[in-house]
Design a binder for this molecule. Structure first.
Ligand SMILES: Cc1cc2nc3c(=O)[nH]c(=O)nc-3n(C[C@H](O)[C@H](O)[C@H](O)COP(=O)(O)OP(=O)(O)OC[C@H]3O[C@@H](n4cnc5c(N)ncnc54)[C@H](O)[C@@H]3O)c2cc1C
Length: 456
């Protein structure tokens, strides 16, 4: 037995393998499976520190929270030969302050669990459209996108185990009496962002800012023909900028039809929300761009799911996953039927850009015989996260991955880069020499997640 194996076996004996949910070495994206030499599931932060601090030469660790990074690699490390450091058992909600609207959660705390704890309160969690069983910390570290805003905006503090086993706390962290100001910056140079989309540390907890729960919520559904996409995007940008729309504006462009649908959230105090909703509807009706304008109150699957997510409830998300993969979130990676991929470029919030992006996606579909759908997620009044996704029969994996490579190239040619990357396309965008020097400072032995968001 070599030194690496001896180290691993010792830790496996110490921690036990007793995972309620055994690890499946498969990924729904059908990326090349990486060679994983073992999986360690620590129970608490002290064990994480001891593992990280004790690694012997040749060990690399790939930390993950719940490992549901579907469409981007799931649990696969970027490089071969890693020990996966699975943090799902770190699942304590360390603090929940419902006066202030702040929670301190560990990586194994799922969005469904925290949302449940908030259900009767005046606060809600910014939830994503992914499964209720996904991690708040894992998603925030990828700068994932919730229905209200980008998840990194929810983070006000971070607890990090460094590569030498030291524990540091960044941003704003509660004192012994639980007092905290949920402000997401330190005084002086900001260190907390260095640990998102990086491989500089293992995050063992985060301070999460909750959102005041709106007392009224309208979901305005606008239906229009794809030929008007550019004009509609510009019109809705102005509505967003004038605060007639809150949260993340969504525009769905189903590949099988020319009918697009925008969902606009209008919420807040009931009287104000009713007035804003009436104003928004009057305004968009006057444009004559839309075939149907509706203050939607029904419970069809998609708007029903959106309405719940906008109210901080991810419980309907599981239905979508079950429809697509014929299984609950546990079985998605190993499901026999369908694969799934994401390409996530950022665009300026401009109609011409969205229309051009739609044309690019269609060209790639035609060239590769695959079907990708592009959904506009306007995450601010100036930026769109275009969610380009492909649900494909597993027999079409090669074509789907060829399409993914083409999308990366074609969008890059237009100057549009993804905000977040899959395991086959990992390369950080910052100055390579600075990034390399940071890695040397934080992790000189290159133990943590080699290849993850590193310079090319
Ligand atoms: C139908 C569908 C809808 C989806 N909708 C959304 C959506 O609305 N928004 C969205 O953002 N995503 C969405 N996703 C993608 C994905 O499922 C989520 O982003 C999910 O939250 C990621 O998985 P996770 O939370 O288990 O994170 P993990 O897989 O645990 O973490 C992601 C990565 O972050 C790093 N990491 C995680 N934890 C740590 C840590 N503690 N320390 C250091 N590094 C760490 C690791 O490199 C890991 O690979 C969707 C997927 C599907 C299939």
């Amino acid at each position: 037995m070599d030194e690496v194996e001896t180290w691993l076996r010792q830790w496996e004996r110490r921690l036990g393998t007793g995972m309620a949910d055994p690890v499946v070495q498969a990924n729904v994206g059908m990326f090349r499976p990486r060679r994983v030499v073992g999986t360690l599931c620590p129970d608490d932060v002290e064990q994480v520190r001891a593992i990280v601090g004790s690694v012997v030469k040749g060990v690399t660790l790939y930390p993950l929270s719940t490992g549901h990074n579907w469409g981007l690699g799931s649990r696969e490390p970027v490089r071969d030969g890693a020990v996966v450091l699975d943090l799902r058992r770190l699942d304590r909600v360390r603090l929940l302050d419902l006066d202030l609207g702040v929670a301190v959660v560990e990586p194994g705390v799922t969005q469904g669990r925290l949302a449940g704890l908030l259900s009767d309160s005046s606060y809600m969690l910014n939830v994503t459209a992914s499964s209720a069983h996904t991690s708040i910390v894992g998603n925030a570290l990828e700068r994932g996108v919730g229905l209200r805003r980008q998840r990194c905006e929810d983070v006000a503090g971070m607890e990090v185990v460094l590569a030498d086993g030291r524990l540091i706390r960044l941003g704003n962290w509660p004192d012994e009496e639980g007092r905290v100001v949920p402000y997401g910056h330190e005084v002086g140079p900001a260190l907390m962002p260095l640990f998102a989309q990086s491989n500089l540390g293992v995050v063992t907890a985060a301070v999460i800012r909750l959102l005041p729960r709106p007392r009224a919520l309208h979901l305005v559904r606008l239906t229009f023909d794809a030929s008007r996409l550019a004009t509609v995007v510009d019109e809705l940008r102005d509505c967003h900028g004038q605060r007639l729309i809150s949260g993340v504006l969504k525009i769905y462009q189903p590949p099988e039809s020319e009918e697009c649908v925008a969902y606009c959230c209008v919420d807040g105090d009931p009287e104000l929300a009713a007035l804003s909703c009436a104003l928004l509807m009057r305004r968009v009706e006057r444009t004559r761009l839309f075939d149907d304008v509706h203050d939607y109150v029904g419970d069809e699957q998609l708007p029903g799911q959106l309405r719940r997510c906008l109210s901080g409830d991810p419980s309907w998300n599981e239905l979508v996953l079950e429809n697509w993969f014929g299984t609950s979130s546990r079985g998605i990676d190993a499901n026999p039927g369908n694969g799934y991929l994401f390409f996530l470029p950022l665009l300026p919030f401009q109609g011409a850009a969205v229309a051009r992006a739609r044309a690019l996606v269609r060209e790639v579909c035609a060239e590769t015989g695959t079907q990708w759908r592009a959904t506009v997620n306007a995450i601010s009044c100036d930026v769109i996260d275009l969610v380009v996704s492909c649900l494909f029969p597993k027999a079409m994996a090669a074509q789907a991955h060829r399409a993914l490579d083409l999308l990366h190239r074609r969008f890059a040619d237009c100057g549009w880069r993804p905000y977040r990357l899959d395991v086959d396309h990992m390369s950080a965008g910052g100055p390579p020499d600075v990034l390399r020097r940071l890695k040397e400072v934080f992790d000189p032995r290159n133990v943590l997640a080699p290849g993850r968001y590193e310079p090319p």
